[in-house]
Design a protein around this ligand. Structure first.
Ligand SMILES: [Zn+2]
Length: 274
């Protein structure tokens, strides 16, 4: 029996037979299963071949598998309208959230999973590399009415790390040791945010230099890297471990939306700089 464990904007995470250690990530971007399958198969190659290797090192291992459609059809509320294929092409992956943790949603981009002697911090860092005079993350939050008092781009500045981490976790009962370890991790040059920043910056620079014909694919890659999700796992006795998920290729029909959003941000009266 299948059940939904989590829903993203364009995919669902599904567990089988009450075993939530292993998850199946099903694409729900399109109304037709056939279209979702084709997208997922292409996506698998994209993640393995196009995503830069510095980021790929952090990917949680995934396997492309085909499962009987009947398994998923019985799962209620999956927004696929046409079950026009006999199999579902999906990603099989390990659940990064241990079952003995409790989820806490902090804001639009951040969730915590807190257990006994373990904390998983799940978040979307968004735009770490920025080419605007204002902060794209904070300005977009204002535009959309999200009241989020911190910005992940500020975690790249050593002098701001303590302040930002204290703000993120201020209402949550976490061990002092967790906060100390996290701040030390974020000050290290090899932390996952610094790696994401470097790769985002490299891709953006090559986007500016690319020929017109190549630039759409570069742009899509740039936007994929600005919408990935990080899982940072802390346990008192082990070094912090980071994983990255959500590296799907962005569809080319999003180009107009992105251009429109950029215009809205450029003309928005309440820009944030820091
Ligand atoms: Zn900001």
């Amino acid at each position: 029996m299948a059940h939904i464990v989590a829903k993203g904007a364009a995919n669902y995470l599904i567990a089988l037979n009450h075993n939530e250690d292993v998850l199946y990530r099903v694409c729900t971007r399109y109304p037709s299963l056939r279209e979702n399958n084709a997208y997922n198969i292409k996506n698998y190659d994209y993640i393995m071949q196009v995503i830069p290797s510095a980021i790929r090192k952090y990917i949680c291992p995934i396997e492309l598998v085909e499962l009987d459609t009947e398994i998923f059809k019985r799962c209620s509320n999956v927004p696929i309208k046409a079950w026009d294929s006999s199999s579902v092409a999906c990603f099989k992956l390990k659940n990064l959230v241990p079952k003995d943790t409790k989820p806490i949603k902090l804001d639009h981009y951040t969730k915590l999973h807190i257990g006994n002697k373990k904390i998983i911090w799940e978040f979307k860092p968004k735009w770490l590399s920025q080419d605007t005079a204002y902060c794209r993350n904070c300005t977009l939050n204002n535009l959309r009415g999200h009241s989020i008092p911190y910005c992940y781009a500020q975690l790249l500045e050593d002098s701001k790390i303590a302040e930002v981490i204290n703000l993120i976790f201020k209402d949550i009962n976490v061990p002092e040791e967790f906060l100390i370890d996290l701040k030390a991790y974020l000050r290290s040059n090899t932390n996952v945010l610094k790696i994401i920043f470097i790769v985002q910056e490299q891709v953006d620079k090559s986007l500016q230099a690319s020929a017109a014909g190549e630039s759409i694919d570069h742009y899509r890659l740039s936007m994929t890297l600005k919408d990935l999700t990080c899982f940072i796992e802390w346990k008192p006795e082990s070094p912090i471990e980071a994983k990255i998920v959500d590296l799907d290729q962005k569809p080319s029909d999003k180009l107009d939306c992105w251009a429109e959003l950029r215009n809205q941000l450029e003309t928005f009266h309440d820009k944030v700089t820091h």
